[in-house]
Design a protein around this ligand. Structure first.
Ligand code: GLA
Length: 750
């Protein structure tokens, strides 16, 4: 049984082979935190870990007592997990333990996406009921431990058990108190086209946080943070991860107090948030996923990858091989007609591409970005047979058909705006701020969600559409909904995202065969909350291979390769003007869900053959690349950032593909090696190099090599031949394809 309760010390132990999470009901009934980290013996008694008897903060004001549900006003001065304004205006809160229950499996959270189990023995859940009598408030905390993952899922529900309304001002999904502050804080921050840069900084006294108040998780910060020891590497050392299964405004924060203890919290951003709880009403927080690793950042990511791919993603596309798409955006932008699209599709089909995706510009009078969002009917000048006509012709070519939509938006120049200008987010007495010439629809309103469901289900029902790219290109300003009372406007942002989830839920249920890809100007809403609906996301609008090394590396800290759409585009690259070799662009995009975003009809004969070869390689390795285990080997964020390397190995370690990338070439570099991970040291691997070459590096690596040698000595990635670097140029990539040989098991070397 992973969850036990020791009644003498009132200690809960959530335990598996990898982690232990210990909670104790303190002497006064407050819920204390004892430990989250490496697994401890089941039989041990751990009540003493709470230190001195805790009867409340009297005489110990501000003491660093580790708490599960910290609240303000009763002696804990650190950042709280729960703030509730009561009828008299007070906010002091002191919830105490009432009862608990333990059950197999894991409950869903009403209206919100969450991880799940497929059988009751995959996880066990502890539900703890706390109550604050003066506030007439009940709090239920949920802690799920998965049987074989180093993961704890947490969420909370607060209920008004009184007769007067209460106002929730802050309801975090999780708080975690750690006994020291010797940590580096790691977060994924950036901007449009520069998403998920890995930022690492020392934890300092006071609070440090990331978050969003934009209405979406945002390009600027991903709802993920990690702590790692300064000595932790990809393969060794301690690390914690906190990730939020949510797509709206969030806060992730670390606070170090005067005793060098650390409090982490993650949840809906309290800034701009408040929620009125009527008598008997309940508020559910999103889910936070906590991971502990004592084997470095690689194992931390591995835990997130497996959980998010297999138990957050769902539906037929969770496990199915993802198709290789051609997307027309960078090939045509808004300037296309049906013959042009069919030309692209025909050429793409000849290359082995499997799906044609029609991007922006197919509807209303959309010839540029200042019109027609909301009018989701085909522009007949461009598509005389409508979407249906085009889709059928694409299918007749042997490709499946996908389409771009941006349902949450409306252009001022549109029929939808003319009919329903009152559906637009904004404060009636103020000018509305435009972004990308568009406004945001008020997704907190049922009639808006119903309207969009009607229009989109009609579109998906009429044409043979197999894929939808759901974009979201601007963030929210003047947050306000006329459907909410004045004292409930603080609910707007959360209700907006609940509306988005509802629309996604209805559409994915009605069209289970359709593969949805989420997008928000690239990675502006690349978060776990999207994954149950859209198992993959457009990682970034930046398709430059060198930039993508950083973006995909950063994104992979939390998200699996199967979630990261990665396209090969034309050069000069449209975002950077950089000229990278076609093979390098492919070698980077292989470490994502491969697609193409260029005009295949314009390729030279030589490039066409290369692309055919890329697609054949990807198809032959697709299952490995989309479902294998990623090991990050050399970081583009470390050193001079001139190199990067990673590999994906099959779960049984019998196959692997290694990618090694060099940004700028240097003459006479001297020999260099790259050590691999995740192989079987006792197995021999046949190594081949892609693209195949006659150069010294290719020759030296090709052939049979032991897993021990590959991991303890490494592959040669630069030779000692001074001529080796001549005529090679910048932005080079090499893939090493490893396949275990049958019946060649070797004895491990001591
Ligand atoms: C966003 C997306 C792009 C493309 C354009 C179309 O920027 O991220 O991929 O779809 O919108 O307008």
């Amino acid at each position: 049984m992973p969850i036990t309760f020791e009644s003498t010390s009132r200690t809960f132990h959530l335990r598996n082979e990898q982690v232990s999470y210990l909670i104790r009901v303190l002497e006064n009934g407050t819920l204390g935190h004892l430990h989250f980290g490496g697994s401890l013996a089941e039989s041990g008694s751990y009540g003493r870990l709470s230190g001195r008897e805790f009867l409340g903060f009297a005489n110990r004001l501000g003491a660093p007592v580790a708490l599960e549900c910290p609240t303000p006003g009763t002696g804990d001065y650190r950042v709280p997990a729960l703030v509730v304004e009561q009828q008299d205006g007070s906010t002091a809160l002191d919830p105490r333990f009432v009862s608990h229950r333990v059950f197999g499996g894991k409950p869903a959270i009403p209206g919100l996406p969450s991880t799940y189990v497929q059988s009751y023995d995959e996880a066990e859940t502890l539900e703890i009921l706390l109550a604050d009598t003066p506030a007439s408030l009940e709090v239920r905390l949920f802690f799920t431990i998965f049987a074989d993952r180093p993961v704890i899922a947490r969420s909370a529900r607060v209920r008004n058990v009184g007769t007067e309304p209460l106002t929730v001002e802050c309801a975090m999904s999780a708080a975690l108190d750690l006994p020291d502050s010797d940590w580096d804080l790691v977060h994924l921050s950036g901007a449009w086209a520069r998403e998920c840069e890995v930022r690492t900084r020392r934890l300092e006294a006071g609070s440090q946080s990331i978050g969003s108040v934009r209405g979406a998780s945002g390009h600027q910060h991903n709802p993920f943070l990690a702590l790692k020891r300064p000595s932790t590497t990809e393969e060794s050392g301690e690390a914690y991860g906190l990730s939020l299964v949510y797509s709206g405004n969030f806060l992730a924060e670390a606070e170090v107090d005067q005793y060098q203890t650390t409090r982490l919290r993650i949840g809906i951003n309290p800034e701009g948030f408040s929620w009125t709880l009527e008598p008997a009403a309940e508020f559910c927080t999103p889910e936070a996923i906590l991971v502990y690793s004592d084997a470095g950042m690689g194992a931390l990511s591995d835990a997130y990858h497996g959980l998010y791919r297999d138990r957050l993603g769902r539906g037929v596309w969770r496990d199915a091989p993802r198709p290789i798409v051609i997307n027309n955006w960078e090939a045509t932008y808004f300037d296309f007609d049906e013959p042009r699209l069919l030309e692209i599709a025909t050429a793409a089909h000849g290359l082995g591409i499997e799906m044609f995706v029609l991007d922006d510009g197919w509807f209303g009078r959309r010839d540029n970005d200042d019109t027609s969002l909301g009018d989701w009917t085909a522009n007949r000048d461009k598509l005389p047979g409508g979407v249906e006509g085009l889709a059928r012709q694409i299918e007749a070519l042997g490709l499946r058909f996908g389409i771009w939509i941006e349902p949450e938006m409306v252009s001022q120049r549109s029929q939808l705006y003319a009919d329903h200008s009152d559906w637009v987010v904004g404060v009636p007495t103020r000018p509305r701020t435009e972004g990308r010439n568009q406004f945001v629809l008020d997704m907190s309103r049922r009639e808006v969600v119903d309207h969009l469901y009607g229009v989109l289900s009609d579109l998906l029902g009429r044409a043979p559409i197999s894929y939808v790219k759901w974009d979201m290109n601007r963030t929210i300003t003047e947050p306000f909904s006329p459907s909410l009372a004045a004292d409930r406007q603080g609910e707007f942002f959360h209700r907006y995202i609940l509306g988005v989830y509802e629309l996604y839920e209805r559409l994915t249920r009605a069209f289970p065969q359709v593969l949805f890809e989420s997008c928000a100007g690239g990675g502006g809403r690349f978060d776990p909350g999207m994954l149950p609906f859209a198992p993959q996301a457009w990682t970034s609008d930046d398709t430059d291979a060198v930039e993508r090394l950083r973006i995909q590396w950063g994104t992979s800290l939390c998200y699996p390769v199967s979630a990261m759409a990665a396209h090969v585009s034309a050069v000069p690259n449209h975002q950077t003007g950089r000229l990278t070799p076609l093979a390098t662009r492919a070698a980077v995009a292989f470490f994502g869900v491969l697609g193409y975003e260029l005009d295949p009809a314009a390729l030279s004969d030589e490039d066409r053959e290369s692309v055919k070869g890329q697609i054949a390689f990807y198809k032959a390795h697709r299952d490995l690349l989309q479902r294998g285990r990623l090991a990050r080997l050399r970081s583009p964020f470390e050193g001079d950032g001139n190199e990067a390397a990673w590999l994906i190995a099959s779960p049984d370690s019998r196959r692997a593909v290694v990618g090694h990338y060099r940004v700028l070439n240097r003459p006479n570099r001297g020999p260099a090696r790259l050590r691999l991970r995740g192989l079987d040291p006792k197995t021999s691997y046949r190594v081949s190099v892609w693209p195949a070459g006659e150069d010294p590096v290719s020759t030296a690596n090709t052939g049979l090599r032991g897993g021990d040698e590959l991991m303890r000595v490494g592959l040669l990635v630069a030779s000692d031949d001074p001529d080796d670097s001549r005529n090679v140029g910048d932005f080079t990539a090499r893939l090493f394809d490893l396949e275990a040989q049958e019946a060649t098991h070797r004895r491990a070397r001591a």
